[in-house]
Ligand binder design. Structure first.
Ligand code: GDD
Ligand code: MN
Length: 376
């Protein structure tokens, strides 16, 4: 058996002996072309400060992880957490931050849109002891959004306004994805994080058990040169759900809202199929069975690609999941009828009984499906 001798880390790369002073977390999906410039820029910005870079990759098809491995092989203090079967910026950041070795954690996008030259300042401000969290802000003097279109600017301002109205963060750029935080402060709220969508900073601030001492420093959001943004309609919806979850103190899980909305779509489909088959002269039993099958299938497909898209099932697991989902819904229907019947006997009100039954099956289906169908 032969043992390869690995050459010692480059002295100038930040990997010199000892625990890093700053752990830099970078979520990355399809950012292969940006990884090398990112590492070079971070290494240059950090100078003699000991740092590590943890790239959290969600199994990007473009080979982002392999690029990180290659750069690590060159002696840079870089590693990759590669997640399989999961997607999501916020949860990627959380996973990376949990692996941080340093007492201070920074989060920076992998696509070079954030200004890595601010990293040492962020670290210094936290090390000075007056700040728990330092936020790179585009909305304080000296900051800016670069070449964003008017539409994207308006959307961002509106979202910031909503976030501050709902959660009162008191900062100018709660939507920023560029910040540094004390590791112990992060760990203090990590169990309460929603981890949905993009807005991990907002999530951290609104989940903290005590008000955080926050300092904002300006930066100008750069334009993306390589690759493309992953923001889509779903990400905006997830932002709304994050607000709902935080405002209701976790009482309403955002996924439940989505799951119920999808259930509503299923109901509309059910009635439509029922009516259609009736007009073709079908018996009620056949029409009802077909309508139920269509509604259940539709619910499953939409939930799989929307509600649970961060753990979407594919291939064989999609088929198995489908059967379990149908089973869960059938039991949910029994629970629905049982509860509705009880309420009806008690209150004598059809509408009330109907709503109670529907709510019962929604809660049941949601709980059991989350546990047994999309359990990852
Ligand atoms: N691991 C992982 N998984 N990374 C992801 C995912 C995902 O599902 N989605 C996006 N990322 C990574 C991208 O590869 C990129 O490095 C970073 O997260 C930001 O994603 P973009 O899609 O480029 O977002 P953006 O530029 O529109 O917005 C970013 O900057 C804003 C300003 O700070 C985000 O960080 C926003 O939250 C932020 O407001
Ligand atoms: Mn970006």
């Amino acid at each position: 058996m032969s043992v390869d001798v690995v050459s010692p880390p480059r002295a100038d790369s930040g990997a010199s002996a000892g625990v890093p002073q700053l752990s830099i977390i970078s979520p990355a999906y399809n950012e292969r072309a940006n990884i090398r410039p990112l590492v070079a820029a971070v290494a240059a910005a950090m100078g003699g400060t000991r740092w590590e870079l943890i790239v959290v990759d969600d199994d990007s098809p473009d080979g982002t992880a392999e690029e990180v491995f290659a750069i690590a092989g060159e002696g840079y203090p870089v590693r990759c957490i590669r997640r399989i079967g999961r997607r999501g910026l916020a949860s990627a950041v959380v996973e990376g931050a949990l692996a941080a070795n340093a007492a201070v954690i920074a989060v920076i996008d992998a696509d070079l849109q954030h200004d890595e030259k601010l990293l040492p300042t962020m670290l210094a401000l936290i090390a000075a002891g007056d700040s728990d969290l330092v936020v790179g802000s585009r909305h304080v003097d000296g900051g800016g959004v670069g070449d964003w279109s008017k539409d994207r600017q308006a959307m961002s301002s509106f979202a910031t306004w909503c976030a501050n109205l709902a959660l009162g963060t008191g900062i100018s750029d709660p939507m920023s994805g560029f910040f540094a935080i004390r590791r112990d402060v992060f760990h203090a709220s990590v169990h309460d994080l929603s981890q949905q969508g993009y807005k991990i900073l907002l999530d951290i601030i609104s989940s903290a058990p005590h008000a955080l001492r926050i300092t904002e420093i300006p930066y100008v959001f750069r334009n993306r040169v390589e690759g493309e943004s992953k923001v889509d309609l779903m990400i905006m919806l997830e932002f709304l759900f994050l607000l709902i979850e935080k405002v209701t103190r976790g009482l309403i899980p955002p996924r439940f809202v989505l799951f119920s909305a999808v259930g509503g779509i299923g109901l509309v489909a059910h009635v439509a199929v029922l009516q259609a088959l009736k007009s073709f002269g079908s018996t009620f039993l056949v029409a009802q069975t077909a309508a139920t099958a269509v509604a259940m299938t539709l619910n499953y497909v939409i939930n799989n690609s929307v509600t649970y898209r961060s753990q979407r099932l594919r291939g064989r697991r999609f088929v198995i999941g489908y059967f379990i989902f149908c089973l869960v819904c059938s039991i949910g229907t029994l629970a629905n009828i049982g509860v509705a019947d009880l309420v009806l006997a008690d209150e004598g009100n059809w509408a009330l009984a109907g709503v109670a039954g529907a709510l019962m099956s929604a809660v049941f289906n949601f709980g059991v499906a989350t546990q047994f169908v999309w359990s990852q």
